[in-house]
Design a protein around this ligand. Structure first.
Ligand code: ATP
Length: 258
C-alpha cells in the first residue's frame, strides 16, 4: 500500500528571492540575496556594520524597491509595492528607536495600528489579543505612553504592529537604547510573537543576544547570505563568533552564587 505523503515544512511567510538593491548610483548593497522566514520562526540577520542588514528590512517592507529579484508575503508577489500595500498584504515593520507618541495614551498608541481596519468588532478582538499577549499594555491601557519605561514602550510598539494580525513582523534593533534587563524582557516578547505563529525577521546590533532568541540565523557578507543555519549552531561556531559576534562563544551558563 502506498504510504501517505508526509506534510513538508510549512511554506515560508516571507521570501526575499535573489534580491539586488542599492541606493541611487552607488554600488549595489544587496547582490542576489535570498532569505526565507517560515511561520512561527524568528530569523536573525547577522553581519558587520554596513553589511546591508537594515537594507534587507527596507526592501522587505517596501521602503526600498529592489532592482531585481522578488519579495513574496505568504506566497503573494509584492515586489516593488509601497509600505501601505505591504501592510495590507500582512507585513508590519517595527522601526528602529522609539516611535510611541508620548502625549497619547497606551490605548491610543496601540489603536493607531488598526487604522486600516474598518470592522469595530475585529478591532476590539485584536485589542483584546494584544493586551493578553503583552500584559503590561493591558495594565497601562489608559495611561500616557510617555510615563512607561523604554522596554514597556517597545511592547506598546509591538502591540501596535500586531493589531492588523500580520503574518510577518520586521524588527529593526528592538533593544536599541535599552538596558540588559529590559532587553531580556523585550526578547521574551519577541518569543511570544513567534509562538503566536508570526514570522519574525530581526536585525539587532547585539547579534549574540538576538541569536539566543532566534531559531535561524543568516550571516550577510558582500550583499548575500554567506552562512545560514539554526541559531544555536551559529552561536557555537568559534570562527563565526570571532568574526561576527564579538568574541568567543560564551561559557555555558552556570547557576549564580547567592
Ligand atoms: N539612505 C542611504 N543612502 C545611501 N546609502 C545608504 C543608505 N542607507 C544605507 N546606505 C549604505 O548601504 C550600505 C548598507 O547599509 P545598512 O544600513 O543596510 O547596513 P547594516 O548592516 O544595517 O549596518 P549597521 O550594522 O551599521 O546598522 C552601507 O554602505 C550604507 O552606507
Amino acid at each position: 500500500m502506498a504510504s501517505e505523503p508526509q506534510p513538508g515544512p510549512p511554506a515560508p511567510l516571507l521570501v526575499l528571492d535573489a534580491v539586488e538593491a542599492g541606493y541611487g548610483r552607488a554600488a549595489m548593497v544587496l547582490r542576489g540575496l535570498t532569505i526565507e522566514v517560515p511561520p512561527g520562526t524568528v530569523v536573525c540577520l547577522v553581519g558587520p556594520n554596513g553589511a546591508g542588514k537594515s537594507t534587507v528590512l527596507k526592501v522587505a517592507s517596501g521602503l526600498l524597491k529592489p532592482r531585481s529579484g522578488r519579495v513574496l508575503v505568504d506566497g503573494q508577489d509584492v515586489t516593488g509595492q509601497g509600505p501601505q500595500a505591504m501592510l495590507a498584504s500582512g507585513l508590519a515593520h517595527v522601526l528602529q528607536g522609539h516611535s510611541v507618541f508620548r502625549e497619547m495614551t497606551v490605548a491610543e498608541n496601540v489603536l493607531l495600528g488598526a487604522y486600516t481596519l474598518r470592522d469595530k468588532a475585529r478591532i476590539a478582538e485584536r485589542a483584546e489579543f494584544v493586551r493578553e499577549l503583552f500584559p503590561i499594555v493591558g495594565e497601562r491601557w489608559k495611561q500616557l505612553a510617555g510615563l512607561l519605561s523604554g522596554g514597556q514602550q517597545k511592547q506598546v510598539e509591538f502591540a501596535r504592529s500586531l493589531m492588523v494580525d500580520p503574518k510577518v513582523v520586521l524588527l529593526d534593533e528592538p533593544s536599541m537604547g535599552l538596558d540588559p534587563k529590559t532587553t531580556a524582557t523585550v526578547f521574551e516578547q519577541v518569543v511570544r510573537m513567534r509562538d503566536a505563529g508570526t514570522a519574525v525577521l530581526l536585525v539587532e546590533q547585539n547579534a549574540r543576544r538576538a541569536l539566543e532568541t532566534a531559531d535561524l540565523g543568516c550571516v550577510l557578507d558582500l550583499g548575500r547570505v554567506h552562512i545560514s543555519g539554526p541559531a544555536p549552531e551559529l552561536l557555537a561556531d568559534p570562527q563565526l563568533s570571532e568574526l561576527y559576534l564579538g568574541g568567543r562563544p560564551a561559557e555555558p551558563s552556570r547557576p549564580r552564587d547567592g
